[in-house]
Design a binder for this molecule. Structure first.
Ligand SMILES: Cc1cc2nc3c(=O)[nH]c(=O)nc-3n(C[C@H](O)[C@H](O)[C@H](O)COP(=O)(O)O)c2cc1C
Ligand code: SF4
Length: 459
């Protein structure tokens, strides 16, 4: 039977783990010491062999990405940490930075050593003030004690870190828009090639990695590739933070091996669905991933199995909704988000997502027309694969998948001008970036959401 793991979250219950002293007392920076005695090429090979895949959404193999970086250009190599965390439902990086900021810094220093990079930037979501304060304190302490800066820990290796507060736009999580924003420009995606590995920040070779991805690195170096691969599946190895929200008893971040069935996470860590509510639909990896239904609840949460079930693992932000929630209302909510966040660079997304929102709103308001479902399908098909970046594709996911599984609900709204019986307005419990319940306006729920870490319930 699969058990929860305690790797990335191992210090979350230690009150002072966010301080350098607390981090050192719990074995911190041992992996960096060992990395400083290891050749960069060997470190890179270790990460390649571990099978670590990017945790920012796409699951690209981290070691392979690092291998694309040319080392002979005469330009500096930059490491950029993507801490923008804008995908709806996602709140794992927030807790990683708040509770264990040195884990990220140690991972960054080791990764920089592997890449021979002298400087890294943390591109932090602007609203993340508390993680920002924790990171600022940790960076200052690390500089004072020689874990960052010139000749770190006496080795011939200089490494600097700059924390950058982003202005707050979902598109700036897309890695090339992020680089433009970091350079001080309006954040819009860049044409590729060239890829950032070759010409990224300031036209220099650049690696962009997610916070959780880099938090894995010290553990791989310290405990080895075989230990790392003992968790998860052959193609999706390692531990994973699942951020579960919606109509479950205990929403929050829970660490399990990749490949753990969704049902196990929801039942054992979250205490199942709220009393009296049965699972109707869920997103496995944020709102950009196609919705699944109660039939899919036994899917193993790894990249391959979720794709086979017709969706994507994405950011592993599992948003769970019950029979009381209107799928059309939830889909409109996400579509309004994409409409607002579309950067406007390309026509299919800028115009198409606007019109998708108009049609969905009309259906929900009781003015739906017979041809509306065909219009939704057509507009989605003209965005998907034709937009400049993945935001456009993602915007179509909830619509296309809800039309596939819940067409009857749309049809009922169009024919009767109201929701089917049993559906309550705003029934879906809204969660913020802490994973805590925020009751929807028309249904103040008494859900026993709990503040802070949910890890204790997972173990
Ligand atoms: C619209 C959009 C938003 C994104 N937002 C984030 C984000 O907030 N954080 C993140 O790590 N990756 C985000 N990504 C993915 C990044 O482009 C990139 O793939 C990722 O940072 C690479 O890191 P990884 O290989 O460690 O996953 C986003 C992608 C798109 C298309
Ligand atoms: S799909 Fe086009 S308009 Fe939409 S965010 Fe990407 S580049 Fe901007």
């Amino acid at each position: 039977m699969v058990e929860p793991v305690n790797v990335l979250t191992q210090r979350w219950d230690i009150p002072d783990a966010h301080t350098l002293e607390g981090y050192l007392d719990s074995g911190g920076y041992a992996a960096l010491r060992s990395a400083l005695d290891t050749a960069p090429a060997d470190l890179l090979q270790m990460v390649k062999d571990s099978g670590l895949r990017g945790r920012g959404g796409a699951g690209f193999p981290t070691g392979v990405k690092w291998g694309f970086v040319p080392q002979d250009t005469g330009k500096p190599v930059y490491l950029v940490i993507n801490a923008d965390e804008g995908e709806p439902g996602t709140f794992k990086d927030r807790e990683l930075m708040e509770r264990d900021p040195h884990q990220l810094l140690e991972g960054m220093a080791i990764s920089a050593r592997a890449l021979s990079s002298p400087r890294a930037f943390i591109f932090l979501r602007g609203e993340y003030l508390w993680p920002g304060i924790r990171l600022e304190e940790a960076i200052a302490e690390a500089y004072q004690q020689g874990y960052l800066g010139k000749g770190i820990l006496g080795a011939e290796f200089d490494f600097d870190v700059t924390l950058h507060y982003a202005a707050g736009a979902y598109i700036c999580g897309e890695e090339t828009a992020l680089l433009d924003a970091l350079e001080g420009r309006r954040g819009q995606p860049r044409l590729r090639p060239p890829f950032p590995a070759v010409a990224g920040l300031y036209a220099c070779p650049t690696v962009v990695n997610n916070v959780e991805t880099i938090a894995n690195v010290p553990h791989i170096v310290e405990r080895g590739v075989d230990w790392y691969r003992s968790m998860g599946t052959e193609k999706s190895p390692g531990p994973k933070l699942f951020c579960v929200s919606g109509e479950v008893v205990r929403p929050g971040n829970y660490e399990w091996p990749l490949g753990t069935p969704a049902r196990t996470i929801v039942d054992e860590s979250c205490g199942g669905m709220l009393p009296g509510r049965q699972l109707k639909f869920w997103a496995p990896g944020g709102s950009s991933t196609p919705l699944l239904t109660a039939e899919h609840i036994d899917v193993p949460m790894d990249y391959e199995a979720v794709a086979e079930a017709g969706s994507l693992l994405g950011t592993t932000a599992m948003m769970m909704y019950s029979h009381k929630t209107s799928v059309v209302e939830a889909v409109l909510n996400w579509t309004r988000f994409y409409e607002h966040e579309s950067c406007g660079k390309c026509t299919p997304c800028r115009e198409g997502v606007f019109w998708l929102a108009q049609v969905l709103q009309r259906i929900l308001d009781g003015g739906g027309r017979d041809e509306d479902l065909q219009t939704l399908d057509d507009v989605c098909d003209n965005i998907f694969g034709r937009a400049f970046c993945a935001l456009g594709d993602g915007a179509t996911s909830p619509i296309k998948s809800s039309l596939k599984y819940f067409r009857d609900e749309y049809t009922h709204l169009i024919e009767h001008g109201r929701q089917p019986d049993g559906i309550e307005a705003h029934a879906g419990v809204v969660t913020d970036n802490s994973g805590r319940h925020r009751p929807g306006p028309a249904d103040p729920t008494t859900a026993p959401g709990r503040p802070g870490s949910t890890k204790a319930a997972a173990t």
